[in-house]
Write a protein that binds this ligand. Structure first.
Ligand SMILES: C[S@@+](CC[C@H](N)C(=O)[O-])C[C@H]1O[C@@H](n2cnc3c(N)ncnc32)[C@H](O)[C@@H]1O
Length: 220
């Protein structure tokens, strides 16, 4: 459980398999549209504008998602946070919109209170122990601006017998203990306990299990 250590070759294999196992095309493009919708637009490059909206991609892995977010919101400052060595593979990728790579843990984010307009975390919460996951969600609440939005992509409760089988296999191959809460459908309750309003999104059946995209925003 915890950070994933990938060398550049491992990262290449991961980048080939991940879209298939998670049926990424069914949720990632829509997630990115939702994420950038309503962001303030500036005409200045993010490196020059102190007022550029800030998007954190936490548990960014090999950086595919952070790079796609930056392409969709070139006026934003996109920061990819990753504690593992996959960040080295991410560094090697073309980065035309200046994603900033930060090596840090979700449970101790090196950012000021209320400094992020958007936070996204995709399929990383199940790699954390229960305690780290709760700390990470509290950190998201602290770092998110009062009018900010958090988007969580995570495995969810299997919806039918076939998904129960696929989820059981996925759990064996992935982070068995870390998946306990996601598979029991407890992510919305954990978000609520960390101080968020929660809007559950569509659930999608994938070869790796049911994937849910949940939107959350700070409670006063
Ligand atoms: C399955 S990968 C997902 C990567 C990326 N979000 C994506 O969608 O392709 C999970 C990532 O979560 C990271 N991770 C694990 N524990 C973490 C923690 N405590 N804080 C931040 N990231 C963590 C792992 O190192 C790994 O890169």
């Amino acid at each position: 459980m915890g950070e994933i250590a990938l060398n550049p070759r491992g990262a290449q294999v991961y980048d080939l398999l991940f879209p298939v196992v998670t049926r990424e095309w069914a949720w990632r493009p829509r997630l990115i549209s939702q994420l950038v919708a309503g962001l303030p637009v500036t005409t200045t490059a993010p490196s020059e504008a102190a007022s550029s909206p800030v998007i954190l991609d936490v548990g960014a892995g090999t950086g595919t998602q952070a790079l796609a977010i930056a392409a969709a919101a070139p006026h934003a400052r996109v920061v990819a946070v990753e504690p593992g060595t996959s960040v080295h593979a991410a560094h090697l990728k073309p980065n035309p919109h200046g994603v900033v790579w930060v090596r840090a843990d979700a449970a101790a984010l090196p950012f000021a209170d209320g400094s992020a307009d958007r936070i996204v975390i995709s399929l990383a919460l199940h790699h954390m122990s229960g305690e780290v996951r709760r700390s990470a969600l509290r950190e998201f609440r602290r770092v998110l601006a009062p009018d900010g939005r958090l988007h969580v992509v995570e495995f969810g409760r299997p919806t039918d017998p076939f998904m129960r089988v696929m989820s059981a296999v996925g759990r064996r191959l992935d982070d068995y203990d870390g998946m306990r809460d996601p598979y029991a459908g407890r992510i919305p309750a954990l978000l609520h306990a960390a101080g968020f309003h929660v809007r559950p999104g569509r659930r999608r059946r994938t070869p790796g299990g049911v994937i849910e995209v949940t939107e959350a925003w700070p409670r006063e």
